[in-house]
Every structure is written in C-alpha cells, then in structure tokens.
Design a binder for this molecule. Structure first.
Ligand code: AMP
Ligand code: MG
Length: 361
C-alpha cells in the first residue's frame, strides 16, 4: 500500500490547501481506511470507530494485541450519547472543565460500538481532543474516530510525523503531517464506571486537578507498584510499552549521586566496548564524561521533558546504543506521567544511586 503523506500548517486550517487535506483524510476514514493525524498528546492512528472492520485494520497495522481496546475520539459533547450510557454527573463536570483536552473517560458502551473497537469490553473509552487539526479530521471522518498512538505496538509513541512514517509507512493509507504533537505523553485515562472514579493511566490532567474538581479520585494500584500480581484495569497497560531497542535503566537518588553513578557505569560499559546513551537535562548534560549524551529538556519546566521523552528514545534507537541510562524526575504534575512511561519503557529496571556507588535494587 502506498501511504499518502501530506504536510499541513496547523495554524492555517482555514486555507483551501489545508481543507483539501482534511477532506481527503475524511474520505479515507469514511471508506474504512487508516489515517494518522496529530493531536495535542501524540500522533493517533485513526479509523472509523463504529466500523468493526476498519477498527480491525488498526490492530493489524500496529501489530496490537486484539484485547487492547481503542479510544474513540469525538469532537462535540453531543456525540457522546451515541456511544456511551450511564454518564454520571461527575463526568459531566469533568468534561465541562477538561474537554476538549488530554483526558479520556470510560463509560458503559451502547450497542453502536462494536466489540472490535473495545477489545471485547462492555465499556468504551472516549476522548475529545483540543487540537484543531484532530477535531477537523474527526468531524470529516464521521465524528467517531478510534485512534491509538500511531506507532508499531511496543515502540515509543510518535510525537512527529517522521516517527509515524518510520513505523507505519506502507501499512496505512495516509499521514497528515502537522509538525510536533505537543504534550508528548498520552491522555490521562479516568474510569467513570467505578466509584470513586479511577485513574488507569496518568497524563497531563493530574489526579490533583481531578480531585479539586470532583473530590475523591483513586489510582489503579498497578500503576504505583511494578510487582503487583493483579492485572492492570486498562488492558493496554499490561503490555511492554514505549520501549527502545537498547536496555534502559532509570537511576534514582540525589541528582549529584545520579550523575556520578551514571558516569561510573558508562565508563565500565564503554570500556567493555558497548555504546551507551545518557538521558540528562539542560542542567546536567555538561557533567557527563562519556557516552552519547542528550538533554530531554529542562528541570525548570517539566512539560519540556514530557514533550521530548519518546523522541529521545527513538533517537537512541537510530544511534544503535546498547544501553541507555536516564535520570529520574519528580512525580508532581506531569512528572507522574513521565515517570510512568519511563518506568514502562525500562521494564521497571531501576538503580538506586548512592554517593559514588551504584547498587541494583
Ligand atoms: P493507546 O491509544 O495506544 O494509548 O491505548 C489506549 C489505552 O486505553 C490502552 O491502555 C487501553 O487499555 C485503554 N482503554 C481503552 N478502552 C478501555 C476500556 N474500555 N477500559 C479500560 N481501558 C481502556
Ligand atoms: Mg499506545
């Protein structure tokens, strides 16, 4: 299959050129095809979420396990009633504040939603993105677009069209290239079918923000501990995710101890002939003495760290390093989402740095 790739300026959607690209994407989606498009979180791989055969193509293109359900993207509150029932008052409150935006809510599904979209579940995950290009593609495609991240299953999610191309060129009908996605980590997932509502995946809309709005909000325990015997409530979270090809290790501890531990291990690994990548920050990169050193962003602004996380993992893939060592980041705000993705990418491989000694936990 030849993948059509069209560049579009997301600040100029009113131009005829942009409108033609959106219309073409819409036609492909309505005919049951696959279109990747930018959202404010990461690039999504869209298909008509109410068409079981179309949704099925997403699983095939990504190599996604069939029990990992898809999120249906809508562009208006009115669209919700066709796919979801038993919408609690708290969900309306949350929607009024955070929709459109980087938040997904889970509801009981209607008969209109095929099991092929929900991975066999009676519930449906719904998001209303705030990105204008995403909204235009959703509307042009019929209003109900199932869209997981547009990467090969297991790889780091795509934050740029080039990442989508790398993984899916030749396997999907079209890529709408609108530049960098933005936030860089996937939406918060909030399960509204349980009381109190439960966060199944942390994202830019944090537990603190939700608690302030609707009171008690719980967090799936499997997100907090790595060794829980219980399966995660969001089926997708049980799979290895976001993983680079190299072995990734997160080094925790005081920042100076972390730096010296990474320097020590990098020295050992490099001495043994391995290629080592280091994930540092603007504040620390000049303190590393070997390896391939990259800054993920600044500690002054955690949003910069979130937006470069997947990109840096993909860059290390292209550089064919054998090992990657990453600093860890504080868990407040979007930091929880960053650490959740980083821990999954690392297969929960964490080292605790002590002054001048690295000890395996
Ligand atoms: P992705 O779009 O690739 O970021 O993955 C979507 C995530 O949403 C996966 O982790 C799914 O397990 C989760 N998800 C989608 N629908 C449901 C649902 N009905 N119940 C629980 N989790 C869901
Ligand atoms: Mg994904």
């Amino acid at each position: 299959m030849k993948t059509i790739i069209k560049k579009l300026d997301r600040t100029k959607l009113e131009q005829d050129e942009s409108k033609a690209i959106i219309a073409q994407a819409g036609r492909i989606l309505r005919e049951g095809g696959l279109v990747a498009f930018p959202t404010e979180t990461v690039y999504g791989l869209g298909a008509d979420g109410l068409n079981e055969a179309a949704a099925g193509k997403i699983y095939a293109a990504k190599g996604r396990p069939s029990d990992n359900p898809l999120i249906i993207h809508i562009a208006s509150m009115e669209a919700l009633g066709r796919i979801a029932v038993e919408i609690p008052e708290a969900a309306v409150t949350v929607a009024q504040k955070y929709w459109p935006g980087p938040l997904t809510m889970i509801f009981q599904k209607t008969d209109e939603v095929p099991y092929g979209t929900t991975g066999g579940l009676e519930t449906v995950a719904v998001r209303m993105p705030c990105d204008k290009t995403a909204q235009a593609v959703i509307l042009a495609g019929g209003g109900y677009i199932a869209a997981p991240s547009a990467n090969t299953s297991g790889r780091p999610s795509p934050t740029k069209a080039e990442h989508v191309k790398e993984d899916l060129e030749g396997r999907i009908d079209m890529i709408v290239d609108g530049g960098a996605a933005g936030i860089g980590v996937e939406s918060t997932i909030l399960d509204m079918t349980v009381t109190p509502p439960m966060i199944l995946r942390p994202g830019a809309i944090t537990r603190e923000m939700l608690r302030e709005l609707i009171g008690d909000v719980s967090v799936d325990q499997t997100l907090i501990t790595s060794d829980s015997s219980k399966p995660p409530k969001a089926p997708g979270m049980k799979y290895r995710h976001y993983a680079p090809k190299a072995e990734l290790t997160i080094v925790e501890g005081g920042l100076l101890d972390v730096i010296s531990a990474i320097n020590q291990i990098t020295g050992e690994k490099s001495g043994a002939g391995y290629r080592v990548g280091i994930i540092g920050t603007d504040e620390t990169i000049d303190k590393y003495r070997g390896g391939i050193i990259k800054s993920i962003g600044t500690r002054q602004d955690e949003d910069t760290i979130a937006s470069h996380l997947y990109e840096i993992l993909r860059e290390f893939d292209s550089e064919e390093v054998d090992y990657i060592f990453s600093e860890s980041f504080p868990a407040g705000g979007i930091g929880s989402a960053v650490m959740n993705r980083l821990l999954k990418a690392a297969g929960h491989h964490v080292i605790e740095a002590r002054p001048h000694v690295a000890e395996v936990k």
